[in-house]
Design a protein around this ligand. Structure first.
Ligand SMILES: N[C@@H](CCC(=O)N[C@@H](CS)C(=O)NCC(=O)O)C(=O)O
Length: 222
């Protein structure tokens, strides 16, 4: 299998964690933001990464969207499972995964890029890095007001995740699921921000543990 990705994208990390957990052999092709559309759009009709090319007979040529990639991997390789056995718990796992993907992954992006453009600027002052950060900031409309909303959304989300993880090592059921993979990947950019490392040590431990389970190198900051 071939994963088309941006090496730093937390959505691509999510796909890598699932591939790693299932011990599926794959290669990555790192794309350059901007020109990536010429590679991606003819394959999927979309412009976002990750995109998985299964390169297998009787399978789709390309799968776009990290949630669709996780669904494909679960069907293609059922063991080890990333879903509980009970149908009602499976639905809960996918619901949590979708919330983490659509709402929390976006909020993380806002807080993360705002940090890299402000307090974190000293650690990556190169004009090229700062130019790329400014492109992302414009693309997604990241500004102090939208960052404040994102930080509030994250704070609520982290309270909810804390309640789940305090009672059980896994978010749904008794083994890792798509929800744990999504949380570990989509919250991983927060590890670079000192305030989050200091206020949420349990989250950093959880992110690290899930990365170990999946054989994936830790994100920057951990
Ligand atoms: N919901 C999508 C989100 C993917 C996404 O936002 N990818 C970003 C990188 S983190 C991207 O490809 N941005 C480039 C673009 O939108 O052209 C998924 O889960 O795959």
């Amino acid at each position: 299998m071939l994963l088309l990705q941006f090496s730093t994208s937390h959505y691509c990390r999510k796909a890598r964690l699932a591939l790693g957990y299932k011990k599926i052999a794959y290669e990555v092709e790192n794309l350059t933001p901007g020109v990536h559309v010429f590679r991606i759009k003819p394959l999927t009709g979309l412009t976002t990464v990750p995109v998985l090319l299964p390169q297998l007979e009787a399978q789709p040529v390309a799968i776009a969207d990290s949630t669709k990639i996780l669904q494909f991997l679960e069907e293609y390789c059922a063991s080890p499972p990333l879903l509980p056995k009970e149908r009602s718990l499976q639905q809960q796992a996918w619901m949590l995964e979708d919330w983490l993907d659509e709402s929390i992954g976006t909020a993380t992006r806002f807080v993360y890029y705002h940090f890299r453009a402000k307090e974190g600027k000293a650690s990556e002052p190169s004009p090229l890095s700062q130019l790329l950060i400014q492109v992302v900031i414009r693309q997604y409309g990241i500004n102090p007001a939208s960052v404040k909303l994102a930080a509030e959304r994250l704070s609520l989300a982290l309270d909810i995740l804390w309640q789940h993880w305090q009672e059980n090592p896994y978010l749904i059921g008794s083994s890792p699921s798509v929800a744990d993979i999504a949380a570990a990947a989509l919250l991983s950019p927060l590890a670079l921000i000192p305030r989050y490392r200091q206020d949420y040590p349990w989250l950093m431990n959880r992110i690290a543990e899930i990365h170990h389970l999946c054989g994936e190198p830790l994100p920057p900051g951990l």
